[in-house]
Design a protein around this ligand. Structure first.
Ligand code: GLV
Length: 393
């Protein structure tokens, strides 16, 4: 054989333990890590199906929905975005996108690839979209689908008017898709009450499960659109009707579609169980309190938050303006090298402009907030000549 086995695979696997306080993934709890080491099951075994049923119930609680078409996509959060758009859109359909950061643009790009006629409404930089901005988009574009991100991890913006937009979508007979990847569990989200038609979230953010499995829910209204398409869903892997049958959402016999990772199911099941035990209200309160403490600590230090309006700040991802004279990469490297602590830079429109600190799930604690502030301060002072306020020490 011309290709020998690689020497590098003879080394034992070594994985450092890091504090993941960027925009996600967040750290898994020991309970989730233990669950991941359970024996593998076949994806069609009854025990696996029982876990899938439990997961569906957990997701319904997290989204606050009774939608039967609630299941998981075997992919990261972006797979949820793909699945939502691929199922709803056909060639030439008008789809409108509210943009407050990278993820709105990303969704719009996906929709173009599915053949949609894409219209974009951008918020002013560092701001959220007002109801008037959105109303204007409906009036001008009359979209079939409207897409909004509840919490954009690239900018740290929280779009707080989802309930009102849900009303508008009904008025304009439009299907409402909300990306809750970085927000669910950290802020309120009431899918049914707010008239959201499709929502998806990340397993690896507030829930604290590994990435690679994405909860998603389709309302009966969304399913009606999908069931009445003129053309077939373009990507077999994302087909919501087939996936709903794999996940036995409608009481029909289970039908094989693809091999779901049983291991990821175990992790997500335990993450959901833990979130359900804590209860949504207390989970949200903890994230809110930690975010306030972090924001106050940042301001006390003399740094500036990227999002001016406190109402628009996403509790799960805080964005901090990089002060003049500070190199964010050096700060980030310092924190990682000395403390195995992740502090991220910006992404998309916020690249080179902000630090991002994530407070999600296991990492949304007072102790972790104080640790983040201490490390950020030390890293900035050791990699630049700028001065920070003393009282934040
Ligand atoms: C990923 O979600 C990121 O915001 O970097």
């Amino acid at each position: 054989m011309e290709v020998p086995p690689p020497a590098t695979l003879r080394k034992p696997l070594m994985v450092p333990s890091k504090t993941l306080m960027g925009p996600g993934p967040s750290n898994c709890s020991q309970r989730v890590l233990d669950a991941l080491s359970n024996p593998l099951l076949g994806h069609m075994h009854p025990e696996c199906l029982e876990i899938m049923d439990e997961i569906k119930e957990g997701i319904k609680y997290m989204f606050q929905t009774k939608n039967p078409a609630t299941f998981c996509i075997s992919a990261s959060g972006q797979g949820g975005m793909e699945a939502a758009l691929c199922n709803l859109l056909e060639d030439g359909d008008v789809a409108a996108f509210g943009v407050t950061g990278l993820w709105g643009y990303r969704a719009a790009e996906m929709a173009k690839r599915y053949g949609a006629d894409v219209r974009i409404t951008e918020a002013r930089f560092g701001k959220t979209l007002t109801l008037d901005d959105i109303k204007e988009s409906f009036e001008v574009h009359r979209p079939k689908v409207f897409f909004l991100v509840q919490g954009d991890s690239s900018t740290g913006l929280l779009q707080g008017n989802i309930r009102e937009v849900g009303e508008l979508c009904r008025k304009y007979n439009c299907i409402f898709v909300v990306d809750t990847v970085a927000s669910l569990g950290g802020v309120e989200f009431l899918m049914d009450e707010w008239k959201v038609d499709v929502a998806f979230t990340g397993s690896q953010k507030v829930l604290g499960a590994p990435p690679g499995i994405t909860p998603i829910s389709f309302s009966p209204r969304a399913m009606h659109v999908i069931n009445n398409r003129n053309s077939r869903v373009k990507v077999y892997y994302w087909d919501a009707i087939l996936l709903a049958d794999l996940w036995k959402c409608f009481g029909r016999p289970q039908v094989y579609h693809h091999t779901v990772s049983a291991t990821l199911l175990y992790g997500l099941r335990e993450a959901l169980a833990s979130a359900c035990e804590q209860g949504l209200k207390s989970l949200i309160r903890r994230h809110t309190e930690c975010a306030f403490r972090l924001q106050k600590g940042i301001i006390d230090m003399g740094l500036e938050l990227f999002v001016d309006n406190p109402r628009d700040r996403l509790p799960t991802v805080t964005t901090i303006k990089i002060p003049k004279g500070v190199d964010w990469q050096q700060v980030s490297r310092y924190a990682m090298k000395k403390y195995f602590f992740e502090i991220s830079g910006g992404l998309g429109p916020s690249v080179d402009l902000v630090f991002r600190i994530g407070l999600m799930g296991e990492n949304a604690t007072i102790e972790k907030v104080d640790l983040a502030l201490k490390i950020l301060r030390e890293a900035i002072l050791n990699t630049s000549n700028i001065k920070l306020n003393e009282r934040s020490k």
